[in-house]
Write a protein that binds this ligand. Structure first.
Ligand code: FAD
Ligand code: SF4
Length: 511
């Protein structure tokens, strides 16, 4: 009996129990196929970092004595499809069993199960041993409840895993959530730390990508790819974040500036999502660091960071497994417009959009508020089809894998799920962007004007959004007060705003 064990590109965990024992009857297969789907163009940095991490992982396994079959993107045997690649590998090794870690991707899960049935091969699907939660834990936790509430789930997670709790079970610092203290604009009062100097040479992989004609977006210095490709690099990046940024993480979590593409964010998401590092390691290391540095790092900063990983990340995973595959077709507002071209070039007069998009193209990264309150906010206000929005987010970001991309994009950002993830649409006029960033001061548009040639498009589109979706939103208690404002607006002002928005919607490419 021989077992072929497939290691997916986002399952690079050396801590998995599979690797604790060297077995001569097991062959590990790593196959370079562009992540998720070929139909989407991915950022070149994502392709390079993913394949570089896979290659480093294969080398590590070989060094530890495991048998490894590696199929590179330009390997003549690579048929660029998972099924066909698996078929010849099974035949080559005369495998009777196919082992694989439970995929985080719904379609891949279905595909692998179907593959095993069709090929009459015994399947050995094992847990990834990565997340705090099982696939269906969130669903079971909220069984019978009308609304999923992240905060409730997060407190359950804190209690269950004994994280930031006093001996009597109360939250450390006297409250569960310090978000209210964490919403400052960055005005240069604290220096932004230098980037962590990671420079992975991926020139060979880049050459292979080009030879195999793999399409991609974005730019890269292939000689110096900045993303961690091993567990050691991931731990160094985390350490760098703790030493330089944790003390300000929460305070400036929502801030945006043209002076930095990451501010005080960790940039650990890629390493986490391909499992070079575990969420348990990140949280434990962070809390240990805080305990030793309480004179410089407050509980508000640590709690804010832990909440993202223990709360939001696990919450999104649970939503994904509870609502897929239907989730991928949700379009609550019935939006149909195409994504404007400037999402692919950054060529727009809107300074906030121009900055967030060009940065995404050059770094494969934007931090949460840029994704949510700039590019996502605009897409929702402009009525872009959620499929197009999803495709953009899934392609452009270094950390984008469907389980965490779609729940954030279609759910949190586009409210296309009608309120499963968020209780109200995350939209704003220029007011919020002006308050939290330095974008507006240098913009062609005026954040204070609501209509007219130079009025910020976010303003008229914001009011238009509420007016056109009145039937769907008026009864939502979290936004109903907006309708009082709409109704109190002088008729001439309202008409001018609506006309301005209608003009923008008909001419989105011109903004
Ligand atoms: P930090 O701000 O330093 O946060 C630390 C960690 O917390 C992150 O690395 C991440 O693992 C976790 N985290 C924070 N917020 C979330 C969240 N909302 N959901 C899940 N985990 C979270 N995150 C992805 O990992 N992949 C995606 O494809 C993705 N797509 C997004 C799309 C949209 C429209 C939005 C609004 C958010 C998206 N996010 C996604 C969530 C979040 O923006 C990123 O996790 C974060 O920006 C990654 O940068 P960081 O590592 O510096 O995060
Ligand atoms: Fe963005 Fe409007 Fe501010 Fe310009 S004025 S940066 S378009 S919010």
């Amino acid at each position: 009996m021989k077992t072929l064990r497939l290691i997916l590109s986002d399952q690079l965990s050396s801590q998995h129990s599979w690797f604790q024992q060297v077995r001569s009857d097991v062959v590990y297969a790593l196959i370079e196929i562009p992540p998720e789907t070929n139909a989407i163009k991915h950022h070149v940095q994502k392709l390079l970092a993913t394949f570089a991490a896979m290659r480093a992982f294969a080398a590590q396994l070989r060094e530890a004595g495991h048998r490894v079959e590696y199929v590179a993107i330009d390997d003549v045997r690579n048929q660029q499809q998972l099924d066909t690649n698996l078929t010849w590998l099974i035949s080559k090794y005369q495998a009777t069993h196919l082992g694989y870690p439970l995929p985080d991707n719904y379609q891949l899960d279905v595909q692998l199960r179907a593959f095993c049935q069709q090929h009459s091969i015994a399947a050995e699907a094992t847990d990834t041993e990565h997340f705090y939660t099982t696939r269906h834990e969130l669903q079971q936790f909220f069984e019978g409840k009308k609304q999923l509430v992240m905060e409730t789930f997060y407190r359950y997670m804190r209690r269950k895993h004994q994280i930031l709790l006093e001996k009597d079970g109360k939250p450390v610092g006297g409250q569960w959530n310090f978000d209210q203290e964490n919403r400052k604009k960055w005005k240069g009062e604290v220096d932004i730390p230098a980037t962590f100097p990671l420079q992975n040479d991926c020139r060979e992989i880049k050459k292979a990508l080009d030879q195999a004609n793999i399409p991609y977006i974005g730019t890269v210095d292939a000689q110096a790819v900045q993303w961690p490709i091993t567990s050691v690099q991931a731990l160094h990046l985390l350490r760098h974040f703790l030493e330089t940024s944790l003390a300000y993480f929460g305070t400036y979590q929502d801030a945006m500036t043209i002076q930095s593409w990451y501010l005080f964010h960790s940039r650990i998401s890629f390493a986490l999502n391909v499992k070079l590092i575990t969420p348990q390691e990140v949280i434990k290391t962070t809390i240990n660091y805080w305990q030793e540095h309480q004179n410089v790092v407050s509980i508000a900063q640590v709690e804010g960071f832990v909440r993202q990983i223990l709360g939001w990340r696990e919450f999104m995973r649970g939503v994904y497994w509870a609502y897929m595959p239907d989730y991928a077709a949700k379009n609550y507002f019935g939006h149909t417009r195409s994504l404007p071209q400037y999402y692919w070039t950054g060529n727009t007069k809107m300074r906030c959009m121009q900055h967030a998009i060009t940065q995404s193209l050059s770094q494969a990264y934007a931090h949460h508020i840029q994704r949510l309150m700039v590019t996502g906010n605009f897409a929702l206000l402009a009525g872009i089809h959620p499929d197009a929005v999803d495709a953009w987010y899934l392609g452009i970001y270094i950390d984008a894998l469907q389980w965490v991309e779609i729940t954030n994009t279609r759910g949190m950002s586009q409210f296309a799920d009608g309120g499963i993830v968020a209780t109200k649409p995350y939209i704003s006029s220029a007011n919020y962007i002006h308050r939290m960033s330095d974008y507006c001061s240098d913009c062609y548009y005026d954040p204070k004007q609501r209509h007219g040639d130079r009025a910020c498009p976010f303003n008229s589109l914001y009011w238009h959004f509420f007016v056109r979706h009145r039937d769907l939103l008026q009864r939502n208690r979290r936004v109903s007060m907006v309708y009082h404002l709409v109704d109190k607006m002088p008729a001439t002002e309202r008409k001018a705003i609506m006309e301005c928005a209608a003009h923008h919607l008909a001419n989105l490419e011109e903004l």
